[in-house]
Design a protein around this ligand. Structure first.
Ligand SMILES: O=C(O)C1=C[C@@H](OP(=O)(O)O)[C@@H](O)[C@H](O)C1
Ligand SMILES: C=C(OP(=O)(O)O)C(=O)O
Length: 422
């Protein structure tokens, strides 16, 4: 792929049906459960992308077996017996993956050394290491509070632990996923207010599909003792990936259907259609799909996005085309994603001529400015590349730098994007 993608403006209105790849978040949870389980699991509709392949490779190093059978993934589980390898485990910039892998490695016996990309060394993981320490793990972050991570694992004792979840829900999901394999029943208490909450519900749902239920109580969780039981698991289409095409209808007008996003969905980000409804679009659902249509005005909104951080770049770009201002609140955790997404979104919208205020934990976007051509910096962040590509549907002369960075979650993004043109 060349290092610049020139977006062609769309003549007329959209009328498109698109299929998105499998959910990255669900795929990674299902991979972990299947890798720990007893027996052979089949993952249907799993996402094959940079991040999921990194996690797959690392789980193979720990002792699970993965085989492709046409589009499905067959996983032979380790029955909870984890064997950290002598070398390095590499997780790129896969935040979900490094948090899950750290917890899974802690179930083993021996040393593990887990490293990521340069940006990963700026994404904190210490809260997870501290919570695992209460279950007997000896571990440290070399770049405290960030990776690389070094562990001396000897299985996890279980019992009570506490976790800080104000910066990321992934720490809690990681603890929950290994909870069934601690020696004593696990009891996890939250120290502070949970961000990105729907991802935790998703973790519990996937665990349940692999046979483990969790008792939820005020301020805490008690996952039942394992093992996970191998399952035939069908992964939903990715709701965050779907957001780009739903947003395309908001920006360019017309109608878009995402054919493989079920309703209801396990993914919090499936809320995006309802957010667009608040901005003036018509929305309809079937059990397997969602359709949005714009025929009239698009209005700015005031919204707390703390539960759905990955939708913020998409929403911010839509907001630039809306009438009036949009206030996006409660998303300080966007500063520790693939890049500082509040800074990146504000900088790139300004480059296009939009008026934007960057808050410590949010954005104010004044919609309706006439936007100008620009070459967009993507900061090695798939969501910045995908969200800003949408601007080019309406504004001539938009080019996206490093378009290949979409491979993290959506390797065929540009192909699906091009299917929007008649
Ligand atoms: O658990 C998950 O699969 C995810 C949780 C969210 O992260 P935080 O909980 O760190 O906000 C989200 O941003 C990320 O893309 C995927
Ligand atoms: C933040 C993301 O992923 P991760 O935290 O897993 O790197 C994302 O996909 O937007």
């Amino acid at each position: 792929m060349s290092d610049l993608y020139p977006v062609k403006p769309l003549n007329g209105q959209l009328s498109a049906r698109v299929k998105v790849p499998g959910s990255k978040s669900i795929t990674q949870r299902a991979m972990v459960c299947a890798a720990l389980a007893k027996g052979v699991s089949r993952l249907e509709g799993w996402l094959r992308s940079e991040d999921t392949l990194l996690l797959r490779q690392a789980l193979v190093c720990l002792g699970a077996r993965f085989e492709d059978e046409e589009e499905d993934l067959l996983v032979t589980g380790m029955e909870g017996k984890v064997h950290p390898p002598p070398g390095l485990l590499f997780m790129g910039n896969n935040g979900t993956g490094i948090r899950f892998l750290t917890a899974v490695s802690a179930l083993g016996n021996g040393e593990a050394f887990i490293v990521g990309s340069r940006r990963m060394d700026e994404r904190p993981i210490a809260p997870l290491i501290e919570a695992l320490a209460a279950w007997g793990l000896r571990g440290r972050c070399f770049n405290d509070p960030c990776p690389p991570v070094y562990l001396q694992a000897k299985g996890l004792s279980g019992g009570k632990t506490e976790i800080s979840v104000a910066k990321s829900s992934q720490y809690l999901s990681a603890l929950l996923l290994v909870g069934p394999y601690t020696r004593e029943p696990a009891e996890i208490r939250l120290k502070d207010t949970l961000v990105s909450e729907p991802y935790v519900a998703m973790t519990l749902a996937v665990m349940e599909a692999f046979g483990v239920t969790t008792q939820k109580e005020d301020g805490g969780f008690r996952p039942a003792s394992g093992p996970y039981v191998a399952a035939h698991y069908r992964v939903e289409g990715d709701a965050s990936s779907a957001s780009y095409f739903l947003a395309a209808a908001a920006i360019a007008g017309g109608e878009v259907t995402v054919v493989n996003l079920p309703h209801p969905s396990l993914q919090g980000d499936a809320v995006f259609a309802a957010i667009l409804a608040r901005m003036g679009l018509r929305v309809s659902y079937s059990s397997e799909s969602v359709t949005v249509a714009r025929s009239g005005s698009l209005w700015g909104i005031d919204i707390d996005m703390g539960r759905w951080p990955d939708l913020v770049p998409t929403l911010a770009v839509v907001a630039a085309f809306a009438e009036g201002k949009t206030i996006i609140r409660n998303v300080a955790h966007l500063r520790i994603k693939e890049t500082d997404r509040l800074a990146a979104v504000a900088t790139e919208l300004k480059r296009l001529g939009a008026r934007v205020e960057e808050l410590e934990d949010g954005l104010i976007i004044y919609g309706g400015a006439s936007l100008r051509p620009a070459t967009i910096e993507t900061y090695d962040d798939h969501r910045i590349a995908m969200a800003f590509s949408l601007v080019g549907l309406k504004v001539a002369g938009v080019q996206i730098k490093d378009p290949g960075c979409v491979a993290k979650s959506f390797p065929n993004y540009w192909e699906v994007f091009e299917s929007l043109y008649p």
